[in-house]
Design a protein around this ligand. Structure first.
Ligand SMILES: C[S@@+](CC[C@H](N)C(=O)[O-])C[C@H]1O[C@@H](n2cnc3c(N)ncnc32)[C@H](O)[C@@H]1O
Length: 249
């Protein structure tokens, strides 16, 4: 750990690695994070505000790295997460499907126990614009712990299934990759207890922070883009809505 301790219940405008280095060893109960996937491209399409645009236009430069730089970033994040988690603490990290197995092996090599993968099935995936490949209908998160998990609040057989269905209408902000709040809340509820410290080094629109606030957990997070921090702070102030109504809650 380097530097002064950081204020809690705050999203700091800071690089993820620089922020993680400021957190003391074995001090965190849970990490839930959704880093860049490194899939932004001029040749891949997505939908934004009803228009077909390239994923590079939609997600911007923050999701575009040389593959070697990307591996170094994620492996550094995994190493820092292992250092800051308490014994029995858990890391949930979303990654692109094609990267998942590689990063799980890297995490296990650094000492993590691989426990499961969560799959988020999209009820209404985007159509295939080129009709030259399968539609993208799911995303995954790895679930890893430091030794035996110290917290696993089994909610119910139905909710603790590793497949989670969601509709795209979950969005509360204009962040292009906002995660479904219901799923993040479920992870936080299952793998932490009230007042526990939960870290998200890539906060985006603040979904992890909003889940923690709603469930009485302490949060700490990092994000580079001021406009996303603003969105997150508005959600935190307004109880998580940021002016958009949810259809599925
Ligand atoms: C996939 S998004 C996270 C979305 C978030 N889960 C949500 O629900 O809104 C990844 C975020 O990481 C931020 N980011 C990219 N590189 C970063 C870095 N080095 N340090 C901190 N944040 C970074 C991006 O600006 C982006 O908002």
């Amino acid at each position: 750990m380097t530097g002064k301790p950081l204020a809690l219940n705050k999203i700091h405008r800071m690089d993820a690695i620089e922020g993680l280095k400021r957190i003391p060893d074995a001090s965190v109960d849970l990490i839930v994070t959704d880093p860049p996937y490194n899939i932004a491209s001029k040749n891949r399409s997505t939908m934004q505000s009803g228009k077909i645009v390239s994923t590079m236009q939609a997600w911007g430069a923050w999701d575009h790295f040389h593959p070697f730089d990307y591996d170094i970033l994620i492996m550094s994040v995994i190493s820092q997460c292992y250092r800051i988690l308490k014994p029995g603490g858990a890391l949930y990290m979303f990654t692109a499907r094609e990267q998942n197995g590689f990063f799980i092996r890297q995490a296990v090599a650094r000492g993590f126990v691989y426990r499961n993968q969560l799959t988020m099935v999209k009820k209404n995936p985007l159509p295939s614009f080129s009709k030259s490949n399968w539609r993208s209908g799911f995303e995954t998160s790895m679930y890893l712990t430091v030794g035996k998990p110290k917290t696993f609040n089994f909610v119910s057989q139905a909710e603790c299934k590793n497949v989670f269905a969601y509709a795209n209408s979950h969005r509360q902000t204009k962040h292009p990759t906002e995660k479904p709040l219901d799923l993040i809340k479920l992870i936080v509820r299952v793998s932490s207890n009230e007042n526990d410290l939960v870290v998200d080094p890539f906060m985006g629109s603040g979904t992890t922070a909003v889940a923690c606030k709603a469930l009485g957990r302490t949060f700490l997070g990092f994000e580079l883009e001021p406009e996303y921090i603003k969105m997150a702070n508005e959600r935190l102030k307004g109880g998580g809505r940021n002016g958009r109504k949810r259809k599925n809650q």
